[in-house]
Unconditional design. Structure first.
Length: 425
């Protein structure tokens, strides 16, 4: 009986001892729950206060204060884009563009302001920081968030064109047209995808090389544009040649020959030497270069045109016709392939296609001369753009022609409105 009473007493004592611990744990949980419920309003209030401070610092152009306060706001509300935008602007104004692009890289993708701020990031990367590859990647990120973003499309088309990333350029052009972000010059890039050149292409790639001296993309584009510039102006490539350079051939050819050894699978270098070999009638060299070409060349009209030339030189007319047709499938605006296909069809007994193919070839040659003499593709005159629209339609791309014709109607109405006299009552 005594033992039983002692056990009962001991149990009651343990129960009393446990009670304060249970109470403490419960109290802590209650505090945590209350705190959790209170945190969102506190967070929102703190964010509002810091946002107002950012606006005040911006109005007073107190950049040091703006960057500091914006960084605090970003800590409180990291899911918002605005504080990172304020911090980046302050850093830029303080001459710290490197820090500004880091801030803008932290912009949350889910915020509607993100695409616009990413465009600002690309401006810094393409501009003062001279890191165009990162700038292009930032534009791609912005387009993944908001596909109808005209400035991102424009910048990517420009970058791909100037670095001779022709397939990516064409893909971006078609996306721009799809999202109603095309501009008149977009169509000049499209029809000239295999031959478009820029008088400042050498200078742009030279500038981009400053932060990427061994980048294949810039090295090759720079050399190709230099060669195109010299061929168009009939100059001699001697100004940058070292004293011990081989005088038997132009220096830019020597440079590209070295690049061919260094980058044996580069499509642009291979296409350059294929074009040179076909002009010189060197079928053995054409065959050698085609054997060296990577699988990506199967999607490039220039390589199919060279295959057609090689087959034609061997009197394999059926294979030549098939190759020229593949060239036109890859690039419907390849006027050289149109002309060569017409020639093959004549040799094979004639075809109703010949007249249309020759008409397209003649239009294409004329357009090439006109476009390459433009001082700036963004300033193409309306009559030339109308000719481009007709050429696109004749190449069987009616939907694209209609888009350009619509653009030209809008431009024409705007021009008429700007030149109409103002009538006052």
């Amino acid at each position: 009986m005594a033992e039983e009473t002692e056990q009962s007493s001991s149990a009651k004592t343990r129960g009393r001892r446990r009670f304060p611990w249970r109470w403490a744990v419960g109290a802590c949980l209650a505090v945590v729950m209350v705190g959790g419920l209170a945190y969102p309003p506190v967070k929102a209030y703190r964010g509002e206060v810091l946002e107002n401070e950012c606006r005040a610092a911006l109005d007073s152009k107190d950049w040091e204060r703006l960057e500091r306060v914006a960084s605090q706001w970003a800590w409180w509300q990291s899911g918002k884009a605005a504080p990172w935008g304020y911090a980046a602007q302050a850093a830029h104004e303080r001459g710290a563009d490197e820090r500004a692009v880091v801030y803008l890289d932290r912009v949350p993708d889910r915020d509607p302001k993100a695409p616009r701020l990413l465009i600002e990031r690309s401006n810094l990367l393409f501009g003062p920081l001279n890191r165009p590859m990162e700038g292009a990647a930032t534009c791609e990120r912005a387009l993944n968030l908001t596909p109808p973003l005209a400035e991102a499309h424009r910048r990517l088309i420009f970058f791909y064109a100037y670095t001779l990333q022709r397939r990516r350029m064409v893909g971006q052009i078609r996306e721009a047209i799809r999202w109603d972000c095309d501009m008149p010059e977009t169509y000049l890039y499209l029809v000239g995808q295999d031959w478009i050149s820029f008088s400042n292409g050498y200078d742009e790639n030279t500038k981009w090389m400053r932060n990427a001296r061994d980048e294949e993309l810039f090295l090759v584009a720079r050399a190709i544009f230099r060669g195109a510039s010299l061929e168009q102006s009939d100059e001699e490539s001697t100004e940058s040649a070292p004293a011990n350079a081989d005088k038997s051939q132009p220096y830019h050819i020597q440079v590209l020959t070295q690049y061919l050894e260094r980058f044996p699978r580069n499509l642009e270098i291979l296409a350059f030497f294929l074009n040179k070999a076909t002009r010189e009638g060197d079928s053995d060299r054409v065959a050698e270069l085609l054997d060296q070409a990577p699988h990506e060349s199967d999607r490039d009209a220039r390589f199919w045109r060279s295959r057609g030339w090689l087959a034609e030189s061997r009197e394999e007319l059926s294979a030549a016709e098939a190759a020229y047709r593949r060239a036109l499938e890859s690039n419907p605006f390849d006027f050289a392939a149109s002309h060569q296909l017409a020639g093959i069809l004549r040799l094979r007994g004639g075809s109703p296609e010949i007249e249309q193919l020759e008409r397209v070839a003649q239009q294409g040659r004329l357009l090439r001369r006109q476009i390459l003499t433009l001082p700036n593709v963004t300033q193409a005159p309306l009559p030339l753009l109308r000719t481009v629209a007709l050429y696109i339609r004749n190449c069987g791309q009616a939907a694209i022609a209609e888009r350009l014709e619509f653009r030209l109607q809008v431009m024409s109405r705007m021009t008429d409105a700007a030149t109409s006299p103002v009538v006052t009552p």
